[in-house]
Design a protein around this ligand. Structure first.
Ligand code: C2E
Ligand code: CA
Ligand code: CA
Ligand code: CA
Length: 274
């Protein structure tokens, strides 16, 4: 057994080493990707269920690496958060998203994902105000999507920043709603304008219990005066159930996949409210 243990140790050591090296290589590539302009934004339309009109779009980050190919955000956002790169990267996304939305019909909103790390870093509100001013997009058209992790440590900076942003007329959306530990607690303590029901609930909406949860979230939104958006809507059946329960907005492959700025602009001009 002793020699087995040693063998295991020898087996693991180079493996761990390779993991650390791969991780370092990823950090190095990520660091260079911003100055090398390897990042891009796709935009996914959001529809008002009742009217069928497109009311806005969410900006989703893409990394086109010359060596790695296109890397999905789930595979680099967390690393960017750990290294702090998310702060300049997030600021770039905000400016790019606002500049893009400046060309859309003026009633359309632009939703941008914001990391907890960005909100906790000083100067976030200032960078938002600057992105709006630079693009000429009014605050009322901007929606910032945050997840529960932003609210978890209840830092004064975060609370103050969120209040300041809302004071400017920017909307705050609670992303991935229902997946965290105490979504309801946060709703009570933090002022939000929108909740986005996580797509795992929409995927399983055919299940009776899940349907009951979705109905409850929609009812909660109505009671609190909070817009409810369903994420990950892929089928007509899902959309019908959501419509039947009075869900306000829907987003997902059924309505439109994340697309290049030029393609989304064409769609928005043809289907948007005017
Ligand atoms: P998210 O904010 O929940 O974004 C929705 C994700 O669901 C996107 O994945 C989108 O492509 C995908 N999606 C949309 N409709 C459907 C559907 O009908 N079915 C399925 N199966 N998926 C759908 P994506 O683009 O890979 O982004 C993953 C996550 O990465 C986002 O989740 C968000 O948390 C994060 N992210 C993306 N862009 C940014 C960014 O600019 N900043 C930050 N901090 N995070 C970002
Ligand atoms: Ca989001
Ligand atoms: Ca989400
Ligand atoms: Ca998510």
């Amino acid at each position: 057994a002793k020699s087995e243990g040693r063998n295991l140790y020898r087996f693991f050591e180079p493996g761990m080493d390779a993991m650390v090296q791969a991780r370092r290589a990823l950090e190095t590539d990520l660091e260079a990707a911003l100055p090398h302009q390897e990042f891009d934004l796709d935009f996914q339309p959001i529809m008002n269920i009742e009217s069928g009109e497109i009311v806005g779009a969410e900006a989703l980050m893409r990394w086109h690496s010359p060596t790695r190919g296109t890397v999905a955000p789930d595979n680099f956002i967390a690393v960017a958060e750990e290294t702090g790169l998310i702060v300049p990267l997030g600021e770039w996304a905000l400016r790019k998203a606002c500049a893009t939305a400046a060309n859309w019909p003026p009633a359309l909103r632009i939703a941008v994902n914001v990391s907890a790390v960005q909100l906790k870093s000083g100067g976030f509100a200032r960078s938002v105000i600057s992105a709006l001013a630079f693009s000429g997009v009014p605050a009322s058209r901007l929606e910032l999507e945050i997840t529960e992790t932003v609210l978890m440590d209840e830092s004064e900076t975060v609370l103050r920043t969120l209040r300041q942003l809302r004071g400017l007329g920017i909307r705050i959306a609670l992303d991935d709603f229902g997946t965290g530990y105490s979504s309801l607690g946060y709703l009570r303590r933090f002022p939000v304008d929108k909740i986005k029901i996580d797509r795992s609930f929409i995927r399983d909406i055919g299940n009776r219990d899940t349907a009951a949860i979705v109905r409850t979230i929609i009812g909660l939104g109505a009671e609190l005066g909070i817009t409810v958006t369903a994420e990950g809507v892929e089928t007509e059946m899902q959309l019908d159930i959501l419509r039947g329960n009075g869900c306000v907005e829907a987003q997902g492959y059924l309505i439109g996949v994340p697309s290049k700025a030029a393609d989304i602009q064409r769609l928005l001009k043809s289907r948007a409210l005017h």
